[in-house]
Ligand binder design. Sequence first.
Ligand SMILES: NC(=O)c1ccc[n+]([C@@H]2O[C@H](COP(=O)([O-])OP(=O)(O)OC[C@H]3O[C@@H](n4cnc5c(N)ncnc54)[C@H](OP(=O)(O)O)[C@@H]3O)[C@@H](O)[C@H]2O)c1
Length: 331
Amino acid sequence: MTEYTANPDRYADGMMNYRQCGNSGIKLPELTLGFWWNFGAVNDYSESLAKVTYAFDHGITCFDLANNYGPPFGSAEETFGKIYSENLRAHRHEMIITTKAGYNMWQGPYGSGSSRKMLITSLDESLRRMRLDYVDIFYSHRYDGFTPIEETMQALVDIVHSGKALYVGLSNYPADKLIAAVAYLRSRDVNPIIYQGKYNMLVRDAEEKHFDIMSDLGIGFTAFSPLAQGILSGKYNDGIPSDSRAAALNPLVKDMLTTDTLKRVRLLKSIADRRNQTLARMALSWILAKKVITSVIIGPRTVEQLADSLLAMKETEFSAEELIEINRILL
Ligand SMILES: NC(=O)c1ccc[n+]([C@@H]2O[C@H](COP(=O)([O-])OP(=O)(O)OC[C@H]3O[C@@H](n4cnc5c(N)ncnc54)[C@H](OP(=O)(O)O)[C@@H]3O)[C@@H](O)[C@H]2O)c1
């Protein structure tokens, strides 16, 4: 096995841009590497290793995980732990490593949801799988609709005090619950620095529900599923390719593949062609063009997809005509 040596130019000008995360003292790279779907035990380890080192070599310092990423659940954290301990341990202080708890993880009544029991025990297991002493950001993965906000938030406060997370974040919270959660944490002197929500050209609810309150709350926004799980690459325009996420039986993708969506994606592709961008890159640039965004969490399956996505950072200029045309398609 050849030893990994990080690219000495990874922080050179033009390699990566970093944006301040809300009113916190940390900056996040414009692109974060996400581990939801392409880093599990079912995936090729050497490809996962190549993506993580390629990302780090290109200035990506933020790695987004959750307890149940895989498949199977937990295996993306195990993949990350192996990659980290064998290659990146010397760079721990350069990395923002996140994990989450809240969705289905293990059997029984405590294996899902946002209880104190779930968050605290799940984080311990995540740290073991990732071979870490602490994470940089620990997220409550969702508002579960039944655990009192105070219970979930006090668990986050105690996690920070235990030293197992430096910062906390929230994901998949309705706006009113997010406001209440932030108020609770701040009343206990814990600053939630980030909100993680789904945002892409096809799913824009966050514009109305969350964007306005981000600057008032002083927290950053990271966008997940920026390509609508690959639909915004245009790869489904002529059917379902065998090497796609939809072919891998991810039901969430197939449900979104309606005639209307594909019509819009084809129209968007013609704009991307004129801009000499892949559609995937245009979809990422369109998100990055918004000031409210701190980081876009990408989920590449291959190193080629990762390399392509990185180019989007330099293509965030849109003419007024292009924006009008895009808005008309997305309405
Ligand atoms: N907080 C939450 O609840 C939550 C939920 C979901 C995701 N996330 C985070 O967000 C991350 C990203 O989500 P996601 O994986 O759904 O992202 P995504 O970018 O919407 O979809 C990734 C898929 O898009 C395709 N793709 C990626 N880059 C491409 C490129 N340059 N050209 C062509 N196709 C490309 C690949 O599809 P194929 O495999 O079909 O080629 C890849 O599997 C996750 O890993 C996770 O960290 C968080």
